[in-house]
Ligand binder design. Structure first.
Ligand SMILES: [Fe+2]
Length: 267
């Protein structure tokens, strides 16, 4: 995709600015960061270790979706460290929330990104991997800052899915990147907050899924049944407990969750 001038945008939303500032900055700097809605203001090059604070206000817009692009591969390995080659270390963390700000445990997060040279591994699974959010909705990804490739600004692809809910496909962006101004896909609502730590970067991003309640709410998972097509992340009940689908498949008798650990794990 050729570089082109991006049409004017409305800028960061109030929620995005406040959330980014609350996560990234100590209190004395909050006012300064919230006033100018500039992505550059989110970069805080210092060496302090700051604990991310989950922030989600009722009425937050769901995280915007973006195109999948041509390089997604299903069945990535389950792992939180995508460190398959050289590059500037990047530690990304955050939370997965529902639309009412309830943290979503066991949400699937499937990341894929280019290597340091801007190339995707379309043969194997370098810099590809999925994980599940913790009981508090938190996730953590250890990887590198991906390289640039023609026509795009720097970005990370991700699919996020609450158990049994639709998949959010989107991309995360880096503040302060010159190509953010020319990549037509760039969306400031998808900017990670970022700071330099030693020779690497720490980044935060909280996903807000358009899901009313966290998984496990009454009536949420259905009973497992043969003949039903299940997708990765679907949650069912069987044998008095909940199970999450690991591999998309159509269930047949004999593939009950309790006997097929390759297909299901306890949710
Ligand atoms: Fe990409």
């Amino acid at each position: 995709m050729p570089d082109q001038i991006e049409p004017p945008r409305s800028g960061l939303t109030r929620n995005a600015v406040l959330k980014a500032a609350m996560v990234a900055l100590p209190a004395p700097l909050l006012a300064a960061a919230a006033a100018p809605a500039s992505p550059a203001a989110e970069t805080v090059p210092d060496n302090r270790t700051l604990s991310p604070t989950p922030q989600c206000d009722d009425g937050d817009d769901p995280t915007p979706s973006q195109m999948e692009g041509p390089y997604f591969k299903p069945n990535s390995p389950q792992r939180t460290a995508l460190t398959d080659g050289p590059g500037v270390a990047l530690n990304l963390s955050g939370h997965v929330f529902g639309i009412t700000c309830a943290p979503i445990p066991d949400a699937l997060l499937d990341f894929w990104l280019a290597d340091d040279a801007g190339a995707y591994d379309n043969v194997g699974y370098r810099f590809r991997g999925h994980q599940y959010s913790g009981a508090d909705g938190s996730y953590r990804l250890t990887t590198i800052v991906p390289g640039l490739y023609p026509g795009r600004t720097r970005h990370i692809h991700v699919k996020v899915q609450a158990p049994g809910e639709p998949i959010l496909t989107t991309q995360l962006y880096f503040p302060g990147e010159p190509r953010n101004n020319t990549d037509p896909l760039f969306d400031p609502e998808l900017l990670m907050t970022m700071r330099t730590v030693g020779n690497g970067r720490d980044a935060d991003f909280d996903f807000v899924l358009d899901v009313d309640a966290g998984p496990g709410s009454p009536g949420d998972p259905g009973a497992w049944s043969a003949g039903t097509a299940y997708a990765i992340g679907d949650v069912v009940t069987h044998g008095g407990r909940s199970w999450r689908c690991l591999i998309a498949h159509t269930a047949v008798a004999g593939w009950e969750p309790s006997t097929t650990p390759a297909l299901w794990r306890p949710a």
